[in-house]
Write a protein that binds this ligand. Structure first.
Ligand SMILES: Cc1cc2nc3c(=O)[nH]c(=O)nc-3n(C[C@H](O)[C@H](O)[C@H](O)COP(=O)(O)OP(=O)(O)OC[C@H]3O[C@@H](n4cnc5c(N)ncnc54)[C@H](O)[C@@H]3O)c2cc1C
Ligand code: FES
Length: 581
């Protein structure tokens, strides 16, 4: 295993001390779940380093408006420009009513934050729900890895004019990276190991270093590429994987990223993981273990032909599906998000015909309610996707072993040269002792508490799909929180889980209160109420539980409603339906 040499360490140490002289990072005022702050690891934690993106001589100085014209929260927010760079200026919506000035583009996909919703000291992105601290710029909830730049804001005494000054990040970037501490040999006795190379692992690895962890840090990933954006695989199948961080990033910050390294067992008593690497079998000791091994596509219990039937999980899968889809009759099995997104992609990208074979006539009904589910189906049908309600009996193949069709239980046959199976996922826990899993059953999700720590082993933590509830935002946010928990720092609670899917350019965005550690919605809904005004592919459904309290919601198309709801749910107080419709 590579460890950087002492010379480099000394320089990292000097650099680190320099950074640590600035302001510390902010904390939130929300309720927290305490975890044991007297961890042995606390010695390996440095004071959180400050961000160093502004300069002494600001490149821009802009008059915004009179101070009295800046109201509280989102409605009072103004946008100014530093050249081409948008800057949002406003007031926090807490008792402090602090003036702030932050970068106006979201680090996740670079989309404008101007329509974002403020709650307390945080701004939530209107698109996929990322949350930023308005004072520090820190990202506090994903999606996304990076922070917003913040700028100096002041009020001129002579005329009460609000002034914003600063220098946007260099090279046309619109985000800033929170500084990362590096490994230091005096903390060699601490070795944190992360299993997995997805968004939860990526967020956790960065966060550990950003929170000042200076011990050894190893990420064991079965993937052949560094962590990438898996959500794009069904939306842009032919594209190269969009890396969350480069291999150089990990090397630079003393994060040992070991690709093609599949963990085969964990021994909690010995505190070791055993894995198969490119160079053979390795037994690696850990002091703390974070399991982010995600999930795998659920397999069909039916014999499959040699060619033509695919599951979608990796960049190789998506490229193969794209290639096989050209001129093909494609059938998607299941009405999952992956199946419907794949259908949307294939019908627009070279398939001859696209059919969804589903058991339920209304996709996503159990999660989204009837109206949003029907909208998803109508949207697909309006673009030429056919729905067949039925079940697969067996696959038919041609003389060369390629797929030729799907025989249904009804006796019908669907001609197909390509089939993508999207019938859900199962958590990757085969390498974990059953005692860590739900019900003590092999194959079940890993169990954690609200602080992302295993209740049966205080050295084991978990984040992401491996906990049994899988969405990108949840996985990344949990990765970040698990890192804090591993360092004995408090973990923000409650959280609103936020999920999006994109089909034919129409987004479906879902949010729910998730009080437990696994990110699962905390209460079931009993009725779905569609808010007015309603357009065919633009409306909000509130999912209502006991006593007319809204427990979740889903928006079809654009609009701030799900982001507003997420902010309300995170206050941890009942959200009355009457206050929203
Ligand atoms: C095609 C597709 C489209 C999606 N689109 C969306 C979307 O639009 N919106 C949304 O919210 N979510 C979407 N998701 C779901 C989202 O991608 C997942 O929720 C998220 O990736 C989960 O992150 P994770 O880190 O928990 O696990 P994963 O991303 O599954 O990563 C798990 C990692 O663990 C590694 N691993 C597994 N077992 C081992 C082992 N034994 N040893 C070492 N490493 C191991 C894997 O190689 C992988 O690197 C999509 C998923 C797919 C597949
Ligand atoms: S663009 Fe802001 S969360 Fe996705």
């Amino acid at each position: 295993m590579r460890l950087v040499n002492h010379l480099i360490q000394s320089s990292i140490k000097r650099h680190f001390v320099f950074l640590a002289m600035g302001a510390g990072c902010s904390s939130t005022s929300s309720a927290v779940t305490s975890s044991n702050s007297l961890q042995a690891t606390s010695t390996a934690i440095a004071t959180a380093p400050a961000r160093m993106y502004s300069t002494d001589k600001p490149a821009f100085s802009v008059e915004v408006c009179k101070e009295s014209e800046i109201g509280d929260g989102s409605p009072g927010m103004k946008q100014v420009k530093f050249g081409e760079f948008p800057v949002l200026v406003g007031r926090t919506a807490d008792a402090d009513r602090r003036l702030f000035a932050i970068g106006g583009k979201c680090p996740h996909f670079g989309l404008p934050l101007a329509g974002g919703q403020i709650a307390g000291q945080r701004l939530r992105c209107p698109f996929h729900g990322a949350c930023f601290n308005l004072v520090s710029g820190d990202i506090e909830e994903s999606p996304g890895m990076d922070c917003l730049p913040t700028f100096k804001v002041s009020v001129r005494a002579s005329d009460q004019m609000v002034l914003v000054e600063g220098t946007p990040p260099a090279d046309g970037k619109f985000v800033v990276q929170r500084p990362l501490a590096g490994y230091q040999p005096e903390f060699a006795s601490e070795h944190f190991v992360i299993v997995g190379g997805g968004p939860a692992a990526a967020a956790a690895a960065d966060s550990l270093r950003q929170e000042g962890y200076r011990g050894k840090l190893t990420v064991l990933s079965a993937d052949s590429v560094p962590p990438f954006d898996r959500t794009k695989l069904s939306k842009a199948m032919a594209a190269e994987p969009a890396l969350l961080r480069t291999a150089e990033h990990y090397a630079q910050h003393d994060i040992e990223l070991m690709l093609e390294s599949r963990v085969e067992s964990v021994d909690p008593a010995q505190r070791t993981v055993e894995f198969q690497s490119k160079n053979g079998r390795v037994v690696l000791p850990y002091t703390k273990l974070l399991v982010c091994s995600g999930s795998s596509a659920r397999q069909m219990a039916v014999d499959t032909p040699q060619r033509g039937v695919f599951y979608l999980r990796s960049p190789d899968d998506s490229k193969r599906i794209h290639a096989a889809g050209q001129g093909a009759d494609a059938v998607l099995i299941g009405s999952s998000f992956i199946a419907l997104e794949s259908a949307a992609y294939l019908v627009a990208n070279g398939a001859k015909s696209v059919t969804v074979l589903a058991r339920d006539p209304v996709p996503f009904k159990a999660l989204f309610g009837e109206e949003a589910g029907k909208a998803a189906r109508r949207l697909h049908e309006s673009k030429g996707v056919k729905f067949v309600i039925g079940e697969l009996q067996s696959f038919a193949s041609d003389a060369q072993g390629g797929l030729s069709g799907l025989k249904l239980k009804s006796g019908d046959t669907l001609p197909a040269q390509l089939c993508v199976v999207g019938i859900g996922s199962t958590p990757n826990t085969a390498f974990l002792p059953a005692g860590l899993l739900a019900g003590g059953k092999p194959g079940s999700p890993l169990v954690v508490g609200p602080d992302l720590r295993s209740p049966s082993d205080s050295n084991v933590f978990g984040a992401g799909d491996v906990l049994g509830y899988g969405h990108w935002q949840t996985a990344q946010t949990q990765g970040r929180l698990a890192a804090r928990s591993m360092l004995g720092k408090p973990v923000r609670q409650p959280l609103a889980t936020f999920f999006w899917t994109l089909m034919f350019g129409t987004g479906f965005r879902y949010t729910a209160l998730a009080a437990g550690g696994d990110g699962r919605p905390s209460s079931p809904w009993k009725r779905a109420v569609v808010a007015e005004p309603k357009e065919e592919f633009k409306f909000m459904t509130y999912l209502v539980g006991e006593a007319d309290q809204v427990v979740a919601g889903v928006a079809v198309g654009a609009g701030p409603a799900p982001v507003v709801l997420a902010n309300l749910l995170e206050k941890g107080q009942p959200v009355d339906l009457k206050s929203l419709v």
